[in-house]
Design a protein around this ligand. Sequence first.
Ligand code: ADP
Ligand code: ZN
Length: 602
Amino acid sequence: MQTPLDTLQHIFGYPSFRGEQEAIIDTLVSGEDALVLMPTGGGKSLCYQIPSLVRPGVGVVISPLIALMQDQVNALNELGVRAGFLNSTLSMEQVRETEQALLNNELDLLYVAPERLLQSRTLDLLDSAPLALFAIDEAHCVAQWGHDFRADYLRLDVLHQRFPQVPRIALTATADVRTREEIVTRLALDEARQFVAGFDRPNIQYRIQQKDNPRRQLLQFLRAEHPNQAGIVYCLSRKKVEQTAEWLCREGFNALPYHAGLPAPLRATHQSRFLREEAVIMVATIAFGMGIDKPDVRFVAHLDLPKSIEAYYQETGRAGRDGEPATALLLYGLEDVVKLRQMMSSSDGAESFKRHEQQRLTAMLGLCEVTSCRRQVLLRYFADTLEEPCGNCDTCLSPPETWDASEPVRKALSCVYRTGQRFGANHLIDVLRGSSAEKILSLGHDRLSTYGIGRDLSAEEWRSIMRQLVAAGYLDVDPEGFGGLRLTEQCRPVLRGDQPVFLRRDIKVPTARPAARRAVEEIPEADMGLWQALRACRKRLADEHGVPPYVIFHDATLRAMLEQKPLEPRQMLAISGVGDSKLERFGADFLDVIREFEYTHS
Ligand code: ADP
Ligand code: ZN
């Protein structure tokens, strides 16, 4: 029997385990259950792939992500691992072949969709097959209040009842305690050892900016920091997704739309182009992304405010899974806050559900408005800690200024009160700034004591104040009205003058900040030719094998080749990401490229 470490080095080509991988793998190899919470990109797959290879029998992986199974299996095949899948995309003939391979003990890993697993045909089949383990991926899908809920997941406790001797591992990147508890109960994992990895993703640079001119802000970001790189741009609505994708194409980017309203074949094509081509920008609603394990997504940009920190963290987590620098940019403004608050209170969910949603939004707003390190706030939210400010988020890189806004805040709050707590921010600002617009005059708002008392600040500055007052809970949004703002209890001490209010000073024109670490590490000029040749070689092999380029080798592996310039197979094998199978299949091609450069250019 090969040890887990041998398997890691020879099959996967990595020199050592990361974090708790080894302990998790040992738990399963010894036949015990495990629950694994690890951030996206943490290396969850190896936690079940290696025990499946080390233990006799097949590892059965349950995943809701049918569209990705073919890619996952292809990637394993390139490593020389015998893998297959069962889901509704296969023909009867293909299903029979896979089932036969399973019974003949010719598979190390089998991916199945939950609905397929629960069919009695599949369960009967598993009764007769040698089983190494069950891996329940995306285990947060059992959480009924979560947005990825799948009813089939609730029935997965059948595994425990029917196959009590087979170890199980449940994995998720969703961090909150409530989800974790639900996984344990629903999947009968009380005995499982729990592994909760730190949630930090140090290579992701978090930035949250006020919306000023969002398109210009995005363009500047893409051109200055991520030209020719793959990334995801999230928008709230389908329409905005399509408009944004079209506009980016006109600006010369290779952008594709993705949302649940597009026909399934088109969605599949776009997803596959995102994975296979280089430098594609996916413009998407949150319908896109779960389970996308493209390692070289260099940025995630949000043009609308996510509903919760959980959602924000999961979506931004899709950047930089390969551990190389990546950026998460969020642009948000007052309209977002008002829109989301309204959507939530007008939905027809139970009151307790709505309250919970509102609380989650409030936490998200807190993150947006914070003046200290964003990463510390994020991690604290997930009950994780970071002792020192991170140095790799916008508030660390250029600390925002705060100012004593008590007086203007009192003016704003009185204005809300005097106008009857039913007008939106624009109207309130018009009153404060003494506008003589028709609406103001016809309502008689020019006769209010708060009319014109805020001429000293610009409309933009007032919007910033209003936004922060909503975010901090001094004002809330009337659920019935059209974005009307109302006072909350919290205003009393402020109106009485007992409590000062400090607000952050918005940076008016977002300047391109020099990132602490550039998102792309520069390739030295002298190596540029070899770098391009290595990438071309990778792309050619990827096309020949019908897989995305990163399945051949990750960027980090190519970079290591560039630095070490291996000329012999033995040296090639020492490179992280090159295992036995890949050396055999691709080693010669890459060695040829490197040798040619070394001999002709030196
Ligand atoms: P997750 O499923 O947790 O999001 P993956 O399993 O896809 O993460 O792993 C993320 C990336 O890290 C993958 O490209 C994987 O090959 C790489 N990786 C995982 N474990 C190791 C390791 N021990 N050494 C080097 N790279 C690793
Ligand atoms: Zn920071």
